[in-house]
Design a protein around this ligand. Structure first.
Ligand SMILES: *Cc1c(COP(=O)(O)O)cnc(C)c1O
Length: 405
């Protein structure tokens, strides 16, 4: 990335608006909930976690929910719940967060990276078939609803030769995404959500795995806490039993009551936050639609589903230097990001992951053009307008400079 270490700091006009890329908003109700737990004498996994699980499962319409320390750990646990032989192949998009692929590695499985369509940022049945042709039939697949857009999970599963019972959904961006009118969370073997500081339900850290399978839920509840038999957390409560068994390898990946109490409070605000995210996306759409050199984010076709608008990733036209645009926006105090550096371009994964010989043309093309604009519920219309004005200036300057040279 271009960093302008020699740039002279510019005086910032008073009327200029600062726009942070993300915002970890913890409501007053969530602060009070945290205080309630701090004063309760029980900070780790307990009643608040159980209540958050029930409320979250209800929110996404899943039979069961298992609270975990992160989405990454959730993906690893979900993959471990399949009980696959070591080294089994797991397909995953190359346009995802590195942690989602580390989870496959730590589950003892072999990641096979799948190229994406440059228009959607997600794999297609054709790119899935390319990967299967190169490495053979996979044992499982993780599917990411990139940016909060709707992935066509049934079509991707069919192309991979897998059933939905062999799919782990990476829903880190997809709290608020629905297929038709059905929220993401109950269609596949397991669906993994993130409560990381920047995500749609921010807690700082945390995750949730949802499933309709009671047996998988039971397994995940044990595996998230050392593999100890269910309700091990009660062993320090009056009347709890000190005796437990460990039937298999487990992780230390439980959620604390502190996070869960905050999560329960934050969850009551989520419908309003999602409504605001959709409004922000619509305002960006309107302001940017006529801007030359900027393509709006892909979204579900009318009537097919709902975008969660976790990210608002625009594509800059070829010839516009994305890194220069980022630097110029930063000078105007507009925070942006790029989601993601394709996994096959990262040193470790280039070495250990399986990359189909056909290459990753879709992801490589898209990566150079991607730019995520700020989108979070407390963004004001004035801030959105400032982002669009700064973006228009930055892209326009590049076009005219190109025309002059
Ligand atoms: C944030 C993110 C994760 C990881 O979530 P954590 O809760 O931080 O582990 C996984 N996948 C994607 C696509 C993400 O954006």
């Amino acid at each position: 990335m271009t960093t302008r270490i020699n740039a002279v700091p510019r005086a910032v006009p008073a009327e200029e608006v600062e726009v942070p890329f993300a915002d970890c908003y913890i409501t007053t109700a969530a602060q009070h909930a945290a205080l309630r737990v701090l004063r309760s004498g029980w900070l780790t996994t307990g009643r608040e976690v159980a209540a958050f699980e029930a409320e979250f499962a209800g929110y996404v319409g899943a039979g069961h929910a298992v609270a975990v320390s992160s989405c990454t750990q959730g993906i690893e646990l979900a993959l471990r719940s399949f009980g696959l032989p070591r080294g089994s192949l797991v397909l995953t998009s190359t346009m995802t967060f590195c942690g989602a692929v580390q989870a496959i590695v730590h589950a003892g499985l072999q990641p096979v990276l799948v190229d994406v369509d440059a228009g959607t940022g997600m794999p297609t049945p054709a790119t899935v078939r390319d990967a299967v042709r190169a490495y053979g039939p996979p044992a499982a697949m993780t599917v990411v609803h990139w940016a909060g857009d709707l992935a066509d999970v049934p079509a991707l599963a069919e192309a991979a030769g897998l059933t939905l019972d062999q799919i782990v959904v990476d829903a880190a961006h997809a709290l608020g995404t629905s297929a038709g009118t059905t929220p993401i969370g109950s269609q596949c073997a397991a669906t993994c959500f993130s409560f990381y500081a920047t995500k749609n339900l921010p807690l700082g850290e945390g995750g949730m795995v949802t499933t309709n399978d009671p047996e998988r839920s039971r397994w995940l509840h044990q595996a998230r806490l050392h593999g100890m038999t269910a309700d091990a957390w009660r062993r320090y409560l009056p009347g709890g039993s000190w005796r437990y068994d460990v039937a298999e390898a487990g992780l230390k990946a439980n959620m604390t009551d502190l996070q869960a109490a905050m999560g329960r409070a934050q969850l009551t605000h989520l419908p309003a936050w999602q409504h605001r995210r959709a409004q922000i996306a619509a305002r960006y759409d309107t302001l940017l639609a006529a801007q030359p050199g900027i393509a709006l984010p892909h979204r579900p076709a009318l009537g097919t589903g709902t975008h969660a608008w976790h990210l608002y990733p625009v594509r800059l036209a070829p010839g516009i230097d994305r890194d220069e645009v980022i630097a110029e926006l930063a000078q105007r105090r507009v925070g942006t990001s790029v989601h993601f550096i394709p996994v096959h371009q990262l040193t470790y994964f280039a070495r250990i992951a399986s990359v189909p010989p056909a290459g990753m043309a879709g992801a490589d093309t898209l990566f150079g053009q991607l730019l995520s604009l700020p989108i979070h519920p407390r963004l004001t219309d004035g801030q959105i307008d400032a982002v669009c004005a700064a973006l228009a200036d930055a892209t326009h300057r590049q076009f005219t400079r190109k025309g002059a040279s």
